[in-house]
Design a protein around this ligand. Structure first.
Ligand code: MG
Length: 309
């Protein structure tokens, strides 16, 4: 079988927007440095496969994430991509200035729901991080850019263990108040289970944050990424972050492995009759091609199934 048998499932939306993070979240965690021409080809192939929202790179300090030190060059190489939603991650004002100079049209900022991860990953407290995102949001909005917000450690933290849901709600509200148009709820270490997902969405709804403003970003460390993503979709979240071929994890959280593979998500959604606009065979070919560039097989189950014999 090259495609799932389609049996619509009641309660699912007609369409889901897949937010592709492979070029940034995937490649930043690769041990090898991928040439900028390969990255540009990767993005173009994703576009050809129907991905309409792509996080292309990060303007983080080149010394901190050398894999993405070519962010400016990549954007120059890509040129304008009309009709597409392309996003670049910016950690601070300096990153934003570089992104603006390179012609970015949407940026993403990030904070942690937990104090420990903020200190260990961002090197500052949550309050300090929010002051930085405030400045970035203000300047980006002034320049006419949309801003996406990430909240990491929404469902568990390697240092603190469980994360109080109220803490996550506060972080989401803070980023929305700063002008973010969409907030992506990150399970950075991949420990979430579906009950937690529903609880968080309920708590957010109770304070006036509709699921339509949210995206979800699950990691597959414990094999829960797809279940959690589909549960979020059933509860009104129409944007799901995923990484082509299951590339990447998080270089700052030792136990974090594997973003949700875009192909695995697309197989499940198409099987339920949900439209994604994505050409699955073309996407699988792209991930197979990239795996060959990286010299190792794709961790995506769907990529492996569709490329074996
Ligand atoms: Mg990720």
């Amino acid at each position: 079988m090259r495609a799932p048998q389609v049996v619509p499932l009641a309660g699912m939306p007609r369409q889901v927007s897949v937010f592709e993070v492979g070029p940034r979240d995937g490649l930043q965690n690769e041990p090898t440095l991928v040439p900028v021409a390969t990255k540009a080809q990767f993005v173009r192939r994703l576009v050809s496969a129907g991905l309409a929202a792509i996080e292309t790179t990060s303007f983080v300090h080149p010394g901190r994430v050398p894999q993405l030190a070519d962010a400016d060059e990549l954007l120059r190489e890509l040129g304008p991509l009309p009709g597409l939603r392309t996003v670049v991650l910016v950690p601070n004002l300096r990153g934003l200035d570089r992104a603006l100079a390179a012609g970015a049209t949407e940026v993403a900022v990030f904070i942690s729901a937990t104090e420990s991860f903020s200190q260990n990953n961002l090197g500052c407290s949550r309050a300090q991080a929010l002051r930085v995102t405030q400045q970035v949001c203000a300047r980006a909005l002034d320049a006419g850019l949309a801003v996406r917000g990430y909240v990491s450690m929404c469902f568990g933290d390697p240092w603190e263990g469980s994360v109080p849901v109220g803490q996550v709600v506060e972080a989401v509200q803070a980023l929305l108040a700063q002008g973010c148009t969409q907030i992506s709820l990150g399970d950075t270490v991949g420990v979430a289970t579906t009950g937690q997902v529903v609880e968080l969405l309920r708590e957010l709804d109770a304070v006036g944050v509709p699921a339509s403003r949210l995206a979800v970003h699950f990691h597959d460390t414990y094999g829960q990424a797809l279940a959690n993503s589909l549960t979020a979709v059933q509860h009104g979240v129409w944007t799901v972050d995923a990484s082509a071929g299951g590339l990447g994890g998080c270089p700052f959280a030792a136990s974090a492995t594997g973003n949700l593979a875009t192909e695995d998500l697309v197989w499940a959604l198409h099987g339920m009759g949900v439209d994604t606009g994505i050409d699955l065979p073309a996407l699988v070919q792209t991930s197979g091609w990239l795996a060959a560039q990286l010299g190792r097989p794709s961790p995506s189950r769907v990529v492996r199934a569709l490329t074996s014999g």
